[in-house]
Design a protein around this ligand. Sequence first.
Ligand SMILES: *Cc1c(COP(=O)(O)O)cnc(C)c1O
Length: 377
Amino acid sequence: MNVYRYPINQPTLPDLKSYSPLLKKIFSSRSITNNRFVSVFEKEVQDYLRVKEVVAVSNATTGLMLCAHAMNLKGKVLVPSFTFNATAGALIWNNIKPVFVDCDPLTFNIDFSDLEKKITPQISAIVAVHVFGNPIDMARLQRIASRHKLKVLIDGAHALGSRYRGRSVGCFADATVFSLAPTKIVTSAEGGLIVTDDSHLAKRLRLLRNYGNPPDYNCRDIGFNARLSEIHAALGIICFRGLDKFLRLRQRFVVLYKHSLRQLPGISYQHVDEKDLSTHNYFGLVIDAGRLGVSAAVLLKKLLEKGIQAKRYFAPPVHKQAAYRKYHKGGALKNTEWLSENILCLPFYSHMREKDIHSICQTIKNICKIRRRSWRL
Ligand SMILES: *Cc1c(COP(=O)(O)O)cnc(C)c1O
């Protein structure tokens, strides 16, 4: 049970009345995995995003693992550290060494100058993340990748619905993987979607998600079970139909939060280019403790006491985590470490009410006021 009045995140679920007719169909067909609803789901996403191929999988982590294998990534791969650990974990499961790259302190996305510095002959690809759904500058990333003949795999776990220069972020890489986990904008309980323009790659991925097992049972390629069930696909279809509405609401919530906190000094926000659209999978405050009078750590503690579940995404960053530290050979990732220290994400989900946002902001303002007053004494 969630003990918080305002959880950091909650899945936005459809009415059971719209889900149960699909469940009935699935039950009566007795085809309960990787069948008709999976195909329907893939087709709907393909039409909406205007991409060539969509391959549904059991989750984004297995999607990334299969892509790394099917795209023949090997040796070393550049990857951000300001991300969820699965971005790097999926590579290590493929025996690929991650080379951690710093982030940009304004966009939170991969830092291009650090990225270019770390390109060596051993690097086979760039894996990058649209952090919190904020589209990476894909033109710039592609220029760097093609100059050095590197493949581009995108962890778009947060970014189903995000648009770069008006088009889905899925249109701009060799492959992009979206997540349908409960913390993401569209959920199928568990699930993932791989998007690519390469029909050869898509065909290989479809085999690989089913152990690599071809009709003649003579495997030429070793995959594993990464199938999406029909039950999950049906939930995904209905949630996905709400995407436009979720996107509209979330843009509005960002405006409300910023407006409500506008008088507080020392708070800044992730920069999203005005030509782009972010899902705002998470909404973070970047806190300048000296100006605000409260550090991110203290504000976090006080908010939790008041039943507001704030969280520090991503802290610790991947290159500092116990299991990942040994892969980090370079020096400090200054922006990543600074951002992890100073970011605080607030409750944010598509079915929030405006009064929830006002109440959360009022609590933040009260905490800051009390702290600043006690400082002056
Ligand atoms: C959620 C998330 C994942 C993992 O997605 P699953 O569908 O749970 O496997 C990977 N990368 C990032 C950045 C995420 O936020």
